[in-house]
Design a protein around this ligand. Structure first.
Ligand code: ADP
Ligand code: G6P
Length: 471
């Protein structure tokens, strides 16, 4: 077994198997924020990525991807149902996102969560060199730090949560709250997107486990666990370079033409998820059309909503509702050859996404709750000419870093309508000013800065940082 000095552990590998039109199996990059952040970061580093390849049954043998070793962990049909779709995405995901949908609780889901976390910990223990740095990611694997420390006390273990960490009154609903907290405390450093999340975590470990905690340090047994905020980011240089490519600029021009050369293109790009506020956004747009504030001929909405977690009932219900609403709005306000909403559920490659970002005069990112929202950062990075208005929810982690966006509360329908109108009608000089400062901020706070800040806190010798130079 080949071993690495840096091991990243995430439920997902940066690839997904999908069926090509001719029925063959093909691999493509999986949509989602975690993969978008880590994939460009690890490229050309001597790291191993431990994760799930997206299917059920035996783990496929995968080639290195962009110089990174892929170590796949198998999930059975039962694991998929009870760990991934069940405990991770029907219990933890809604609780961590303000319970905007009702969290479900089933005892056998916990058994699966424990079993799969144990499998990930064992796989990681095999591929980590003596004294290696292991970086465990996200809510699917909260028990891995604790389990791994028992198996391999020689490792330096980090944990990073990409999603929000909820206030105590919500987390306290979890029947297995103590085990989840103890699992995370197996790490040497527990990182969150926002300082408020670290504060919530510190409060909980004192309340549930009776441990001494500040917003920076927690004492457990004879160790100190550090905690803190490390807002994740993107490869801004890569996105800007992509958006600046002549073929991408051409593609953007063609897209605008195909959209009927409207004055304003509003774009939204989301996984089809109830946290993203898609229904609220459609309602706001439809009321603006109904009130005559915007006209389909001048202002079109492009909604990209790639299906996600498709067997989880709350996701099925959402998709049905969104599609019914898109149909209703197009039926009511569209004309032949001129739909009000251009609705796309396909996964796109990075160049096509960059072309979409280039064509969007307004980017509407209005989640009800989001750990960060990397789409917002991708849009800013892609606006190489400093134009474009970002309409951003106050409830996205990104809002704390991009206060120059047009900020809205997506729970307030009137506010959302006013925000959309303000962005559509904004003074170009104001738009440019805001975009310029957001671009300057992101240039400094890119994915490498994130990794540097996290890994230097985790591994104070700094030896791991040397490995991240190659991308
Ligand atoms: P989340 O982490 O909830 O998925 P983010 O906005 O942080 O939300 O990240 C979503 C990522 O998925 C972004 O990098 C975005 O470019 C990518 N993505 C979203 N929709 C698509 C799509 N249709 N095709 C390809 N990538 C997509
Ligand atoms: C969010 C989560 C990631 C997850 C991604 C896509 O970004 O924080 O852990 O990978 O959504 O979701 P999926 O269920 O397809 O992995």
């Amino acid at each position: 077994m080949r071993q690495s000095s840096l091991v990243v552990v995430a439920n997902r590998l940066p690839i997904d198997d999908s069926v090509a039109p001719d029925g063959a199996c093909e691999w493509r990059r999986s949509p989602g924020g975690l993969v978008s952040a880590l994939h460009p970061l690890l490229r050309h580093t001597p790291a191993t990525w431990v994760g799930w390849a997206g299917g059920t049954g035996p783990a496929p043998d995968l080639p290195d991807i962009d110089g990174v070793r892929m170590h796949s962990v198998p999930l059975s049909g039962d694991d998929l149902r009870d760990h991934y779709e069940g405990f991770a995405n029907a219990t933890l995901w809604p609780i961590y996102h303000d319970a905007v949908e009702q969290p479900q609780h089933h005892r056998r889901w916990w058994d699966a969560y424990l079993r799969v976390n144990q499998r990930f910990a064992e796989a990681t223990a095999q591929v980590a060199e003596p004294g290696a740095v292991v970086w465990v990611q996200d809510y699917h694997l909260q028990l891995v730090p604790g389990l791994l420390r028992t198996l391999r006390p020689d490792l330096r273990i980090g944990f990073f949560l990409h999603v929000p960490f909820p206030p105590p009154e919500l987390f306290m609903q979890l029947p297995r709250r103590a085990e989840l907290l103890r699992g995370m405390l197996g790490a040497d450093l527990v990182g969150f997107q926002r300082a408020q999340a670290a504060h919530n975590f510190a409060q909980l470990v004192t309340k549930v486990l009776g441990l001494p905690a500040t917003d920076r340090r927690i004492g457990i047994d004879d160790r100190v666990v550090r905690i803190g905020a490390f807002p994740v980011s993107i490869d801004t240089v890569e996105m800007a370079a992509l958006a600046d490519r002549p073929d991408v600029a051409d593609r953007a021009r063609r897209l605008r033409h195909d959209l009927g050369s409207p004055d304003q293109v509003i774009l939204s790009v989301d996984r089809m998820d109830y946290t993203k506020g898609i229904e609220q956004r459609l309602k706001a747009y439809s009321e603006l059309l109904a009130g005559g504030h915007v006209k389909v001929r001048d202002t079109v909405l492009v909604q990209v909503a790639v299906p996600s977690r498709e067997r989880v009932s709350q996701y099925q219900i959402l998709r049905d509702r969104v599609e019914r609403e898109v149909g209703r709005i197009n039926g009511e306000f569209g004309r032949v050859g001129e739909p009000a909403i251009h609705y796309l559920t396909q996964p796109f490659d990075r160049a096509e996404l960059a072309a979409l970002y280039r064509v969007a005069d307004v980017m509407a990112v209005t989640p009800l709750r989001d750990g960060m929202n990397l789409v917002a950062k991708e849009y800013v990075a892609a606006r190489v000419d400093d134009t474009g208005a970002l309409l951003l929810s106050e409830f996205a982690g990104a809002a704390a870093e991009l206060p120059q966006a047009y900020l809205v509360n997506p729970h307030d329908l009137e506010g959302l309508k006013q925000g959309l109108l303000a962005a559509v009608r904004a003074d170009p000089a104001d738009v440019r000013e805001r975009m310029r400062s957001m671009r300057a901020y992101l240039h400094e706070h890119d994915i490498r800065a994130w990794a540097r800040s996290y890994l230097s806190t985790l591994d104070q010798s700094g030896s791991m940082l040397a490995h991240l130079g190659g991308g």
